[in-house]
Design a protein around this ligand. Sequence first.
Ligand SMILES: [Zn+2]
Length: 341
Amino acid sequence: MTSRRDFLRQSSLAMTAAWLASRNALAQTSASQTAAPTPAPAAAQTAPPANTNPAVQPNPNLLQQLEAAAANETIKTTKLTDTIFLLQGVGGNIVCQIGPDGKLIIDSGMAAGTPHLLDALGKLDPHPIRLLVNTHWHPDHTDGNAALHLAGAFIIAQDNTRIRLAAPQYMAVYDLHINAAPDAALPQDTFPDTETLWVNNDEESLMHTPDAHTDSDIFIQFHKGNVIHTGDLWFNGMYPLIDLSSGGTINGMIRGVDQVLALADDQTKIVPGHGPLGEKTALQTYRTMLVTVADRVEKLKAQGETVEQAIAARPTADLDAVWAKGPIKPDTFVALVYDSL
Ligand SMILES: [Zn+2]
């Protein structure tokens, strides 16, 4: 059986924990600069009971690493269509659609990387920043919200993204408390299920997938452009994070992926939340992995195995060579799946 120490070492979630720590520090800085009293309750009052999930990997020392990474990041720009671009830096994947209505941006990355993002956006075309859509509340997708709002973006997201950004959050997987975001970072328009935009001579569908990676996830389909941004429903080529503290579940992830697959064709360019640009076949392969792990862990749980015993049984052993390359290690993923079933 894997010792707890081995487990914790294996489940180092360096990059993701680091951005969260960075965002936390930035929120604290922002809060200290705000004169008005904050009505939000102290994090200590809302903290859930001590975490017993063996997938916890607290690592507050990664803050400086991530801030340095974002401050010095290089944004890689990939042209998906004549008007839609993929921008990749330290945070989640960002998409920008350009056109006569101005820039429509999906996700805002890390605040520390915003100068680099603005620089990359400015090179796409001369039109101003108009709209920002958040795929979900996580800081590596929303930390740059305030800066993009100040640069002209009207922010749109699912209801729960605003609710979670507006209040202190706790992520059990990292045993991490996250402060409320500043007002400038909050979406100005939210919706519960679906929203349609008609921007830059295209139709953009924003669709909520309940209880998936979080309870705030949407994916965005550009109909004419035939591009879909999945948000963190998809970690391309990696085990995904499922944020149970934010209402995420493995079965919701699978349902969300199925929604995307139902809308994609063989030509659709599919942008994951993390990892390289993908397409339908790769998303189907990922879906098979999710279902396989869910079935195996469910069986172990039904047999009465504890989460530690389920991890020790190594239900992902034959999958790890392909899927364990990202920040979410096999034992962490098994624990998250187990606890969400
Ligand atoms: Zn996320």
